[in-house]
Design a protein around this ligand. Sequence first.
Ligand code: GUN
Length: 279
Amino acid sequence: MAQLIDGKKIAQEIKDELKERMTRLKAAGESRRLAVIQVGSDPASTVYVNNKKKACEYIGIDSLSYEQPEETTQEELLELIGELNARRDVNGILVQLPVPGHIDEEKILLAIDPGKDVDGFHPVNVGNLSIGRPGYVSCTPAGVIQLLKRSGITIEGKECVVLGRSNIVGKPMAMLLLQENGTVTVCHSRTKNLKEIARRADILVAAIGRPKFIDESFVKEGAVVIDVGIHRNADNKLCGDVDFERVAPHCSAITPVPGGVGPMTIAMLMSNCVNGVLS
Ligand code: GUN
């Protein structure tokens, strides 16, 4: 049977390490403050934002919460970001996505000071990642790397296949695996022979956004399977992009949903807030 990669446990380990580091920083007179902006009241976003605030409290990071009404204009949001950029007592800023349709997401992400962009979404940080320079790294793919490393899985020299090419997950995931000396292939909706390519993977990362799309026919015997997807099915149960029951018997290691990649996103956000940019 496959090794179950316990994201909840690994995320807790990371949060405990950060809590300890924060205690030492505070003793040395330092502090960390994260500004969290939510525009509108999308229920899923509210859950994510609350979890981020709770994690800050656990670790000892101050959090500032900006719950802006749905009708907030782009100009008002840009003004708020400008104020937070200028504040020396704020070291991290995040705008929960998605923003309402009348606001241009790209303009908002560009407005955040790259030095406070703890989500790692600003083009300066994305560019730094792609050329291997220090910068903030998108939290979910950074979390996947930590899951692999802390589970004793070697990336170097492995065939890594990433299913999905989003700016938040697929593309930075590919860059990080490359940085770890994996041999990386990125597949997407227009890929021909997706199954054939997926079956080459020693490490398969599924981030396609389709519930239980990946069954055992996509997976090489003994592969490591990382499921980034999160969906709610008809009976309100969470599932991933991977059909866990069918795939698990064929893997050497696999992440569950929930309790796999999900908890790692917040742990890595906290790491970005506490540690800043690591070189
Ligand atoms: N919406 C879904 N995931 C994320 C994330 O990682 N950061 C932000 N800011 N918004 C999101």
